[in-house]
Design a protein around this ligand. Sequence first.
Ligand code: FPP
Length: 249
Amino acid sequence: MTIQQTELLYLPPDLKSELLPKHVAVIMDGNGRWAKGQGLPRIMGHKRGVDALKNLLRCCKDWGIQALTAYAFSTENWNRPHEEVEFLMTLFQGVLRQELREMVEENVEIQFVGNLQALPVALQREISHSMAQTRGNQSIKFTVATNYGGRQEIVQACQAIAQKVKEGLLNPEEISEELFAGHLYTAGIADPDLLIRTSGEMRLSNFLLWQMAYAEIYITDTLWPDFDRNQFHQALRAYQQRERRFGGV
Ligand code: FPP
């Protein structure tokens, strides 16, 4: 029995493997509220949020989902209190260092998207290292959006394309949807089929604006640290009941 068949055995029987999303994106919201509800400082919510993300990654891999993209830090999140931003940057770095071996063993490819040059240098180094060590791994593509903003991503794609036109490398008529998508941070990654947002907020919050054109959106009141395998199962059940028409009838 191949590894993939073994893994698929764990898919709950009410889910159809042929109707699973290939790519799941997630806005992990509600860490602060979760911590407050437990009488804990906000940073404890982020710590528990990492555990929820690890569980989701494992679940996606076990059930045969090919890609997971998580919104870890937006370009707007710099406006949070300095101590919280600093904590998050240190947390990301620590998690990467701690989890790299397991990601390599589990054949996970990790990738970061966003304006990475503005991140602390030590974190940039950890990011480059983890991307290099997992490049080409096949079990699941795990993308972390860090210092990411959808509008900023579109603007930088426009600048790169305009530069090519200016240098005579490209004619304006050659600019197509495919060419444009190839200049986004997510070049080479298929668009998400399902977006999950926790904590009941009904916003895209500048996340993957171009890529989300036909994504199904699932919103749950559950706070991110409480989002577990059962919650994900429910989200997938709801997704499989949707009829995806992509603008057709
Ligand atoms: C939103 O909750 C959450 C964040 C801004 C941070 C999410 C980051 C993680 C879970 C860590 C991921 C780690 C790696 C390495 C990928 P909030 O603080 O906005 O919650 P609130 O709306 O209740 O205040």
